[in-house]
Design a protein around this ligand. Sequence first.
Ligand SMILES: *[C@@H]1O[C@H](CO)[C@@H](O)[C@H](O)[C@H]1NC(C)=O
Length: 471
Amino acid sequence: MILLRNLFILFTIFVIITISLSSCNSIKFLDNDDDDHHILRETHRDHHNMNIEREFGYDFQAYPSNYFNTILEDNNNLQSSRFHRFKNLEENDEEEAKVTTINVDSFGAKGDGSTDDTNAFQKAWKEACSSSTTVNFVVSQNKKYLLKPIKFSGPCKSSITMQIYGTLLASDDTSDYSKDTRHWLLIDSVQNFVVGGAGVINGNGKIWWQNSCKINKNLPCKHAPTALTFYNCNNLKVKDLKIEDAQQMHLAFERCSSVVVSSLVVSAPATSPNTDGIHITNTQNIQISDTTIGTGDDCISIVSGSQKVVATGITCGPGHGISIGSLGAGNAEAHVSDITVDGAKLSGTTNGLRIKTYQGGCGSASNIKFQNVVMNDVKNPIIIDQNYCDQESPCKEQDSAVQVKNVIYENIKGTSAPKEAINFNCSKNFPCQGILLENVKLLGENSETPNANWNNIDKLTCHNVSPECPK
Ligand SMILES: *[C@@H]1O[C@H](CO)[C@@H](O)[C@H](O)[C@H]1NC(C)=O
């Protein structure tokens, strides 16, 4: 008996040592969404618990990434099939007489900018979601509806089109968010959903920015709500809206698929902390087009579990640019693939096209294409940083990293700060694999040639590139 017990204890110790030595977790964690190291540290445990719960059983192999040369073909298919489907959806709305119009005003919403209309919206949603005919959910024009956090839960019986003609204004009483500090408007598990109407979604974020530890260093770091979140949704169309002054992120897609985003204007002051424009996590088949974003953080951020993301016609700035990552925080496994940014204009941003991975993570970021991009006074136009790490621990090479593979930069032009216009800071142990640059021309503001850094690249191909590639 005693021998057995001792053996068991030895075995347990062995397991603990093995686990603590492995630098990248084998359980597939959702990547940390946040740019903010402080928040990261504080909620690390929190995140991981939640992530295990959410991600356990999620099989990345279920979404095999395509071969690189089929990306474009794929995107075309994606476009036509999605548009086709949504066109049908909308045509049906018009053609069939069986459309139930649900106006929030009929449920007691005042829209005077000061009355709390949360209850009226909740009642209206309940009715909409249980309707057996297609619903037109209407938020009236020239009115301002004050709202506390709301969860619009599905699945719903029929497809719903939400027409926001007026303004949704967030409550700025932070105690209203005590139950769930992460979300203001949350659309959960809804399918065949369209939202548009040329109205405004205003996160009223000033109070949150002031209370951010990035602005006031004496305050503890806490998360602020995302203005509009789609969680676990399928077949979405988000179009023709203004989303402004979010508490933290503006628009987030998490665990969604088949999403079309178009004609949005997303704005917040350049000084507002962590106010990403569009954040994509664990989402597949998403297309973003003709959208203007200027905020205090990334215009678009794409993190782990996201595949087949196409962004076209993006105007970005101010902000931190278009970003893939951070990936691999806290030794997490991260997978991002088949990302295309085609047609973007970036002005006055701190980064242009960025891929950022933490030391010690694992997984991969692959098949990424940036093309037809114009930069105007961008600090780091092209950057891959594989050496990203927590500010407190020393930034040292670890024995694992998120593999960056197959990245194309094609037809990228414009002006940069004089430092590194092109900065590939890849990991020594996991060099970037397969980087292609074609027709890339970046100049300093006075037309001088800026610097470039080419650390640890395996298979670099260049055609017509300035600043010049290494010989
Ligand atoms: C590359 O990364 C290392 C580690 O973070 C950093 O010290 C160095 O300054 C970076 N190089 C460039 C050119 O950004």
